[in-house]
Design a protein around this ligand. Structure first.
Ligand SMILES: [Zn+2]
Length: 197
């Protein structure tokens, strides 16, 4: 409403997607008119509106100011995304740690930021760096983003590799190896969420 141009470019054409999915079913040798499939193109169009909603999400990281100079860790943010190479889901957890420099972000805003970049065609490396860049832009002293993802395109086909993939992006103070290792230890040893560096 406040920005109709952004709304427009981010809104998908559900009618067109329905037609394309129907055509895809035919190309796959299916009968799109049979009972089980008759509603599928419409369901997929509705579903795509939700799972690709990241394109039209804004990323206002509401800020509260604080004297806090410690690192803050948001662990285990669940994400679901779509591999842009195969259009199959990849999903898992994102951990975000940052050193505020006077600015503290609400946890719900970090969750929304993860949704903004995961609900679209994506690769895990870019998902990780885009979140780190966005937080870094807000003038924090440092940020580290870790994503752990399982990829259906690896599990269902090809080498059928069952491992999860881990990607890391860091900016600011976390570029220093010692500080980075400290925070990684804290993230993976499950201590308190606010720590002194
Ligand atoms: Zn893939």
């Amino acid at each position: 409403m406040t920005n109709s141009r952004v709304q427009k470019t981010g809104t998908i054409n559900k009618n067109k997607i329905e037609k394309l999915i129907r055509q895809l079913l035919i190309e796959l040798g299916e009968n799109p008119n049979r009972e089980g499939l008759i509603g599928t193109p419409k369901r997929i169009a509705e579903m795509y509106e939700e799972i690709f909603s990241g394109y039209k999400m804004n990323s206002e990281l509401d800020v509260s100011f604080s004297e806090e100079t410690n690192a803050i860790i948001a662990r285990d943010i669940q994400f679901y995304s779509m591999c842009e190479h195969h259009m199959l889901p990849f999903y898992g957890r994102i951990h975000i740690a940052y050193v505020p420099n006077g600015k503290v972000f609400g946890l719900s805003k970090l969750v929304r930021l993860a949704e903004k970049y995961s609900r679209r065609m994506q690769i895990q490396e870019r998902l990780t760096t885009e979140i780190a860049n966005e937080i870094s832009k807000r003038g924090v002293s440092g940020v580290i983003v870790i994503a752990e993802g399982e990829h259906l395109c690896m599990k269902m086909r090809g080498v059928r590799n069952n491992n999860s993939i881990m990607t890391i992006a860091y900016r600011g103070v976390f570029e220093e190896k010692g500080i980075r290792e400290n925070i990684l230890n804290l993230i993976y040893t499950r201590q308190n969420n606010i720590i002194n560096l």
